[in-house]
Design a protein around this ligand. Structure first.
Ligand code: DGL
Length: 281
């Protein structure tokens, strides 16, 4: 296994966060809000995005390559800030790094079931996520325990538009209306955002809900819960970095795609100036 660069204490090591592209930034913003003292490394696998239409084996291979790179950087914890990679690969990542705290993000079926008033919950996610065994088991388990009905809606093409920065375009509105209108027609009163890219098109999702005649439709995002789970794990392992000592927290970006895409995404989506390095893994 790769040796870790030295950090003054294990608590001083960074947290690694990755996604297929810019979607994980919607999780990163919650992590920064809840754990502002932590050093963070964000890795966008944009050279291989989107994951949503790829095979499970491909996504597992990418997740393991990224986990190997980030553990080589000495991360003290790993956040799989991607529903698709969590559903396909978190088991394999945990099996390879049994000592490492690993937090994933899955479509919020449980909060969706808690929020619905009529028992009908629409789930917007990638094709790969909605075909994953882990997701289907979760759906069956929560449906059995709550009586909720989950309407699974794959959203091919949406991640591509978000990666291209089309957060407010007519094309994005049209695509979203095509996905959301059938869910509302079937009676869904709650929609789960089952992909970390989707919070970045929240206004467009709200427009599509209104265009489809929906009102009082609850939207569920789990970014905040993921950050809380990370905080719990760090605290449990005595790994939280103290706030007042040493260097100010660093945030460093890596991308397997174009540097000229990730740095502007940090700026436009999170209002942050971040040094981004290209990476070949
Ligand atoms: N952000 C990823 C997710 O949460 C996007 C998947 C993709 O690359 O298609 O599922």
């Amino acid at each position: 296994m790769t040796s870790h660069p030295p950090f003054p204490t294990p608590a001083d090591a960074p947290i690694g966060v990755f996604d297929s592209g810019v979607g994980g930034l919607s999780v990163l913003r919650h992590i920064r809000a809840q754990l502002p003292q932590e050093h963070l490394i964000y890795l966008a696998d944009s050279g291989h995005a989107p994951y949503g239409g790829k095979t499970e084996a491909f996504v597992v291979e990418r997740a393991l390559a990224i986990a190997a790179y980030l553990t080589g950087k000495g991360v003290k914890a790993l956040v799989v800030a991607c529903n698709t990679a969590t559903v396909a690969a978190i088991k394999a990542v945990r099996a390879h790094y049994p000592e490492l705290p690993v937090v994933g993000v899955e479509p919020g079926l449980k909060p969706g079931a808690a929020a619905t008033r009529n028992g009908k919950v629409g789930v917007l996610a990638t094709v790969r996520t909605l075909q994953g065994e882990k997701l289907l088991q979760l759906r069956d388990q929560i449906a059995a325990s709550t009586g909720a009905q989950f309407l699974l809606q794959p959203c091919p093409g949406l991640v591509d538009l978000i990666e291209q920065g089309e957060l407010d375009s007519a094309a994005t509105d049209a695509l979203l209306t095509g996905f959301i209108a059938p869910l509302l027609e079937q009676g869904a009163d709650t929609l789960v955002l089952g992909c970390t890219h989707y919070p970045f098109v929240l206004p467009a999702i709200e427009r599509a809900v209104l265009a489809a005649g929906g009102h009082d439709v609850k939207l569920i995002d789990t970014g905040d819960a993921v950050a809380r789970q990370l905080a719990r794990l760090l605290e449990g392992g005595g790994l939280q970095r103290p706030g007042s000592v040493g260097h100010p927290p660093m945030l460093h970006g890596y991308t397997t795609g174009g540097v000229d895409a990730l740095a502007p995404a940090f700026r436009s989506l999170l209002q942050l100036d971040v040094v981004v390095e290209p990476l070949k893994i």
